[in-house]
Design a protein. Sequence first.
Length: 215
Amino acid sequence: MLIILLGPPGAGKGTQAERIVKEKQLAYIATGDMLRNAVKTATALGRKAKQFMDQGQLVPDELVVEIVRERLQDPDCAKGALLDGFPRTVSQAIFLEQVLPTVCSGIDRVFSIEVDEKELIERLTSRRVCSDCGASYHLKFKPPQVRNVCDQCGGDLFQREDDTLETVRERLQVYKNQTEPLVKFYQDKNLLERIDGNLEIDQVYKQIAGIIEKL
Ligand code: AMP
C-alpha cells in the first residue's frame, strides 16, 4: 500500500501520519524529518538544505528525490509506505511515478488535508518541538507541563526556525505556488481525497481511516 499526505504546513500531516503508520504497519517517509536530521548531523546534504529550509523555501528537487529513492529501497518499505511532505512539486510527483514500479504497484490514495490559513498560522507559530525526541507541543492547546521542557523525555523545547511568523507566511505561499498544483494532478488521476483538517485530530483521523479501510 502506498499513501500520500498532501497539505500545507501546519495541516497536521505528521500527527495523522503517526497514527496511520502504526495502525496500518506502513513505513514512514517524512522528507522534512529526514532533511532536519541531515541538518542536525551536518551531512553534505544537510549543509546544502539548511539555507533553503531556514528561509521557508523548498530544497531543490534533485537533492530531495535522491533521499526518497534511497529510502524506498529499505526493506520496511516492501510492506507499504506513507509519504508525508513528498512529493511537493509536480516534478517530484513525476519522479515518484517513474521510480514506484520498482517498489510497489502504485499509489493507492492521496489525502489532501485542508485547513483555513488563519488557523495554520496560529498552529505553526505556537508550535514548540523537543530537541531530543521530536515531540510536538502547542503553546495554547497542548502546552508542556513544565515551561519549555518535554513531558516525554525532559528535553528542551524550541521553536523551529521556520515556524516564525515571517517564514510561516513564506512557506504557505510556497505551498500555494508549488505544491497545491498537485491537488489537481492527483484529482485528474482519480486518486485524491479531500479531508477537512479544521476538525479535531480524532475526527480527521476517522475520515482518513474510513477511506483506507475500504482500499
Ligand atoms: P516539513 O517538516 O514537511 O514542513 O518540511 C520542512 C522543510 O523541509 C520545508 O519547508 C522544505 O524546506 C523542506 N522539505 C521537506 N520536504 C520537501 C520536499 N519534498 N521538497 C523540497 N523541500 C522539502
